[in-house]
Write a protein that binds this ligand. Structure first.
Ligand SMILES: Cc1cc2nc3c(=O)[nH]c(=O)nc-3n(C[C@H](O)[C@H](O)[C@H](O)COP(=O)(O)O)c2cc1C
Length: 365
């Protein structure tokens, strides 16, 4: 498949969505596309980008725009990072191995989900020399959790991304209506024994949600971060911060970076987009650590808008899965390169040839 020319229809990231949909099983597609409750949060993530307008400057030398940047010491081709998403074999048989190869080929940092269909070690090998971070959900079973944390550094992961917006799973109606359960080849590989709950189909409920209730520790607080630091010296990033108050607490707890995220609208059905809350988080952090953002980033234009509102980089979730479904590793690379090419064009059109020059003056609501 990788040798075939990329489908000519896919000229922008959204084009990949329709192509991917035709390739993915219906209930898996709903898992990927869906969100919590009425899915207002998904819509608001996108709508917020629609409310922001760029302010182009002209007669600036834009003959050599550059998207390269550095995040936590990693040299990246662009300020676009692959968000952690679970179960890539829902999209393609090569799953996270293809994602890792595709991201590496595009010079993009891949945040591997804790719930991957290949082990973190296999994924690390597939990604070669590319930088990688590991996303974590805090599990009830501290021994199991601590073991996973300790494996990360050995496998070459360079930071831990603790997802903090998931004490329980959001109410995902599509999955409940589909009685979603995983096939044996789609179960999480980092756990020694896949929970049988995940493969057990029950009427009107999602096996993924049932497993989360059983596995996730909903009691953890800021005080527990010290325990995590005791198990790993890797930099700790918190993903799922959407208020100034929590951003300040995160900085006080010494985090290496913050990801402003509402989990792609999959947790709280909250009608505020992540772009809307980005400025308050950026102000609260006041440059003390990098601020990343995700949710609804679908074009180079969106990347520029997020940077103008103060983000150091963005993460993309679903678009990477669309690329993966369409053409495996090559599809992932193509989606990521597309975002980079679009960003370059937008930079030229707004007269900001460097990422640093995409400042607050480049955007308004
Ligand atoms: C299918 C799917 C699975 C996801 N799995 C995880 C996960 O395992 N861990 C996590 O922290 N976030 C997970 N997320 C959230 C993403 O990391 C990210 O916050 C979100 O997808 C960004 O929004 P976007 O899809 O609009 O780009 C998942 C999102 C999707 C769509």
């Amino acid at each position: 498949m990788a040798d075939e020319p990329p489908p000519h229809e896919a000229l922008c990231v959204d084009d990949f969505e329709a192509l991917a949909r035709a390739k993915v099983r219906a209930d898996y597609w709903d898992y990927i596309a869906g969100g919590a409750g009425s899915e207002r949060a998904i819509a608001e993530n996108r709508a917020a980008f629609g409310r922001a307008v760029l302010r182009p400057r002209v007669l600036v030398d834009v003959s050599a725009c550059a998207t390269t940047t550095t995040v936590l010491g990693h040299d990246l081709a662009s300020p676009v990072i692959v968000a952690p998403t679970a179960y890539h074999r829902m999209s393609h048989p090569d799953g996270e191995l293809a994602t890792a190869r595709g991201a590496a080929d595009a010079g993009v940092l891949y945040v591997t989900s804790f719930f991957s269909n290949y082990t973190m070690e296999e994924i690390a090998r597939a990604g070669g020399a590319a930088p990688r971070w590991l996303q974590l959900y805090w599990l009830h079973d501290r021994e199991l959790f601590g073991g996973v944390v300790e494996r990360a550094a050995d496998a070459g992961y360079e930071a831990l991304v603790l997802t903090v917006d998931t004490p329980v799973l959001g109410l995902r109606l599509r999955d409940a209506r589909n009685s979603l359960a995983l096939d044996p080849e789609t179960v999480p590989a980092n756990l020694t024994a896949a929970p049988t709950l995940l493969t057990t189909r029950t009427g009107n409920s999602s096996a993924v949600a049932a497993q989360a209730v059983q596995a996730f520790d909903a009691s953890i607080t800021w005080n527990d971060l010290a325990w995590l630091r005791g198990r790993s010296s890797l930099p700790l990033i918190l993903k799922g911060i959407v208020t100034a108050e929590d951003a300040r607490l995160a900085v006080e707890h010494g985090v290496a970076a913050i990801v402003v995220s509402n989990h792609g609208g999959r947790q709280l059905d909250n009608p505020i987009g992540t772009l809307d809350v980005l400025p308050e988080v950026v102000e609260a952090v006041a440059g003390r650590c990098p601020v990343l953002v995700d949710g609804g980033v679908r074009s180079g234009h969106d990347v520029a808008v997020a940077l103008a509102f103060g983000a150091d980089a963005v993460l993309v979730g679903r678009p990477v899965l669309w690329g993966l479904a369409v053409d495996g590793a090559a599809g992932v690379t193509r989606v990521l390169r597309l975002l980079q090419t679009e960003l370059l064009r937008v930079m030229a059109l707004i007269g900001r040839p460097t990422l640093a020059s995409i400042d607050a003056s480049a955007v308004r609501w």
